[in-house]
Ligand binder design. Structure first.
Ligand SMILES: NC(=O)c1ccc[n+]([C@@H]2O[C@H](COP(=O)([O-])OP(=O)(O)OC[C@H]3O[C@@H](n4cnc5c(N)ncnc54)[C@H](OP(=O)(O)O)[C@@H]3O)[C@@H](O)[C@H]2O)c1
Length: 324
């Protein structure tokens, strides 16, 4: 009975806001976006389908060159061909569950002299059971968080972000259930729970964004964490079939899920509070339950942990430095 009540209160609380209902209720109050992004270079990981692809498509249609990163080369090519300019999609293959592949991607982009104006750390996954990568880390943790850290840190320290770049972390409302618990992030033990691992990593994205904002507050770099609401994507179909069955008539489109990504990149809004997540073009509290704000772990603990994983894998000594 308690479980059924929990499910009812969950859907009653979040459906009006996170589904397309919330999007349509808020949209009349928004200004239409018509940014000219010609000359900009974007990097969107998880960029051949879902929310990432929708963000990439909108940016390319506004004139940007978008490096879209994913694993499947055929889907990447198909997606690139489906996007009509004036901008373009440049496909790049990398598996973000492996730091070595992120490192190789960085090497390729650096060799081409690429400078990024907008980085969308969108790639993410929720797994049903424990899967440890060939590098010894839990797959969803690396995909959702560790690889985002490595990519951002290296783009900054190699001078591959432009001085006014924006870094946008695509987190999830799933982070509301979890506090920052650094030691639980790379959960390779028994009793693995995919939803929990996902929520912990998604909380980590929000805290990591807070860390970058503080570290680079004196520069023109902008860091935002956002969540897309509930969008009907291949990831939702694969990882949450029951959820999708119940809600499919009211789920957002991929473009509706991506709207706040494109808006943040275009508007570069000031952020009033530190511990927030952007959703539907507005900054919102990062905590709705009493058990999440008072974590014993700090943003510095998180970054020390991510840095240790990066260094253990042999990817560089230097911490990211502010661009000159
Ligand atoms: N959809 C929602 O309702 C929702 C709600 C809250 C938060 N989010 C967050 O929004 C982000 C995007 O969600 P989504 O639903 O659009 O995801 P999705 O449908 O699973 O995204 C698929 C995209 O990610 C790529 N991808 C998957 N695993 C990858 C990996 N290991 N390395 C590189 N690329 C990979 C896929 O291409 P390949 O398979 O070819 O690699 C494809 O381009 C995620 O971070 C998710 O947690 C989504």
């Amino acid at each position: 009975m308690a479980k059924i009540w929990k499910i009812i209160t969950f859907y009653a609380r979040f459906t009006p806001s996170y589904s397309a209902i919330g999007y349509y209720a808020r949209r009349p109050f928004w200004r239409t976006l018509r940014p000219d992004l010609s000359g900009q270079t974007w990097l969107v990981n998880g960029g051949s389908e879902g929310v990432g692809a929708a963000a990439a498509r909108a940016a390319a249609q506004a004139g940007a060159t978008v490096i879209a990163v994913a694993r499947n080369p055929d889907r990447l090519r198909e997606f690139a061909a489906s996007v009509k300019g004036p901008g373009q999609i440049v496909p790049e293959m990398a598996d973000f569950s492996l730091q070595s592949e992120v490192d190789a991607l960085l090497g390729r982009l650096q060799a081409r002299g690429v400078k990024i104006d907008v980085l969308v750390n969108n790639v993410g996954c929720m797994l049903g059971k424990l899967k440890i990568t060939s590098e010894g880390l839990e797959t969803s943790f690396v995909t959702n968080l560790q690889s985002h850290y490595l990519l951002t840190r290296e783009l900054i320290s190699r001078g591959m972000l432009t001085a006014r770049a924006s870094v946008i972390e695509v987190s999830s409302g799933g982070m509301y259930n979890q506090p920052l618990l650094v030691k639980k992030l790379n959960d390779v033990g028994t009793g693995y729970e995919g939803v929990r691992a996902y929520g912990l990593a998604k909380r980590g994205q929000v805290v990591l964004t807070r860390y970058w904002r503080k570290a680079y507050g004196a520069t023109d770099l902008r860091f935002y964490a956002m969540h897309p609401g509930w969008a009907d994507t291949v990831g939702v179909r694969r990882s949450m079939p029951r959820f999708r069955k119940i809600l499919k008539s009211v789920l957002r489109t991929e473009a509706q899920g991506a709207d706040t990504v494109n808006w943040l990149a275009a508007a570069r809004p000031d952020q009033a509070q530190e511990d927030v997540i952007w959703f539907d073009r507005k900054e919102r509290t990062a905590h709705i339950y009493p058990h999440t704000p008072n974590s014993p772990d700090t943003a510095e603990d998180l970054v020390a942990f991510l840095e240790a994983n990066t260094q253990a894998a042999g990817f560089g000594e230097a911490r990211a430095k502010a661009p000159a």
